[in-house]
Design a binder for this molecule. Structure first.
Ligand SMILES: CC(=O)SCCNC(=O)CCNC(=O)[C@H](O)C(C)(C)COP(=O)(O)OP(=O)(O)OC[C@H]1O[C@@H](n2cnc3c(N)ncnc32)[C@H](O)[C@@H]1OP(=O)(O)O
Ligand SMILES: CC(=O)C(=O)O
Ligand SMILES: [Mg+2]
Length: 366
């Protein structure tokens, strides 16, 4: 185990110093593209500014025969594109594949200055992060990079879920976690064949009505409530990430046509504490941007509570509800997110500024 005094020391001579704090950069939509798919790749430059993160995927969904073309395509796209405020991430191949080493030894020297985050799939434990951490430091030192590349782990094995806290705390490079519902379902032997989302069989049924003789009428019509298969895992991710000061994300929603259920799944993740999601198809981008940006009405309420709470202590009544130090903290989370998003999104900036003005005028009237 690395002693605390060495935790922030670079792992190779000449590598950039690790960050002390992971920046809260907006990353509502992490948009996946296959750099070996010419049609998809051609769309990337025009997508700059429309998503918070563009991610060149090298792993699953890229055919084995195209692995080298995808890696080289990503290098070319990164070198030719000005990403402006949009982050560039990649998902490398899994560490037990024959491609992962070449992914890192090719990408870091060629485009390490443009790569913000390396997403590592199928992370099983801290040992996987330690391997990538040291290798990145060596490659960064060799390439003379000035800032460290961050690491994001996909949670897609039962062992990874069991080791979640150790994974999050394995390196100061750790930026966040995403849910990998397809591989995770397979590894756990869950019986869903879907890529994320719910399942109609995973439900809770209303109790049967009772007859006058006290017996239950189990044949009566009863409401059923579909439950979220991913609630447990996402909740664990949120806690582990919050504990380590890093960021949790929902992952893929494979039913591209079902934009309604996609929005529901994204919103559940947002409400539980995730900061963003993956988008696999252009159809999902607007959904992700909308869901992971707080509603202006919630932002207005948050500003009102902040104004009403004065020095932040005590309790007040607002619209018939009690607000106190703790609910103020909830509101400050909302305000902080609105302010981060305002800095990169002029349309949201205008909506949130109106929300703040409305909150302040209500406060003055009150
Ligand atoms: C479990 C996991 O690991 S999830 C992560 C791995 N999976 C992925 O990354 C999948 C990424 N997405 C895709 O491969 C594709 O979107 C698919 C296969 C799901 C659907 O592709 P298509 O059948 O081509 O979709 P569709 O015909 O609706 O595409 C419409 C247009 O959007 C383009 N498009 C589709 N997906 C993307 C994308 N991710 N990025 C940019 N453009 C895209 C298509 O090229 C097409 O362009 P055109 O209008 O010029 O012809
Ligand atoms: C996201 C991913 O890789 C999975 O669901 O398996
Ligand atoms: Mg997977």
């Amino acid at each position: 185990m690395r002693p605390a005094k060495d935790f922030f020391a670079p792992l190779a001579v000449g590598a950039p110093a690790p960050l002390r704090e992971i920046p809260a950069r907006p990353s509502r939509a992490i948009h996946f593209f296959d750099p070996s798919n010419a049609k998809m790749a051609a769309k990337v430059p025009a997508m700059v500014g429309t998503v918070d993160v563009l991610l060149g995927n090298l792993e699953d969904a890229v055919k084995a025969d195209n692995k080298v073309a995808a890696r080289e395509g990503l290098v070319r796209i990164a070198q030719e594109t000005d990403f402006g405020p949009t982050q560039l991430w990649t998902r490398i191949n899994s560490l037990d594949s024959p491609w992962a080493l070449d992914d890192l030894t090719t990408l870091v020297p060629a485009i390490g200055d443009k790569l913000d985050v390396v997403m590592v799939p199928k992370v099983q434990g801290a040992e996987d992060i330690h391997y990538v951490d040291r290798l990145l430091a060596q490659l960064e030192a060799k390439a003379g990079l000035q800032r460290p590349i961050l690491v994001h782990a996909i949670l897609e094995t039962a062992r990874g879920v069991a080791n979640i806290e150790q994974i999050c705390g394995a390196s100061p490079r750790m930026q966040g976690l995403s849910l990998g519902p397809a591989d995770l379902a397979a590894d756990r032997r869950m019986k869903t064949t879907r890529v994320g989302g719910g399942h109609p069989g995973y439900l809770v049924r209303q109790d049967p009505p009772r007859g006058s003789d006290g017996t239950s009428d189990v044949g009566a019509d009863r409401s059923v409530y579909q439950q979220d298969l991913w609630h447990y895992t996402i909740a664990r991710m949120v806690d582990a990430c919050a504990m380590h000061g890093i960021y949790p994300y929902y992952g893929p929603f494979g039913d591209i046509a079902d934009v309604v259920a996609c929005e529901d799944q994204f919103r559940n993740a947002f409400l539980l504490g995730c900061v963003g999601t993956w988008t696999l198809h252009p159809k999902q981008i607007d959904i992700a941007r909308r869901v992971f940006s707080p509603d202006p009405a919630d932002v207005e309420h948050a500003y009102r509570v902040r104004a009403a709470m004065g020095d932040g202590t005590g309790a007040v009544m607002l619209d018939g509800k009690m607000e106190d130090d703790a609910s103020l903290k909830q509101c400050l989370v909302m305000v902080a997110l609105a302010e981060q998003l305002s800095a990169i999104d002029p349309e949201l900036a205008e909506r949130y500024a109106k929300a703040q003005a409305a909150a302040e005028s209500t406060e003055q009237e009150g």
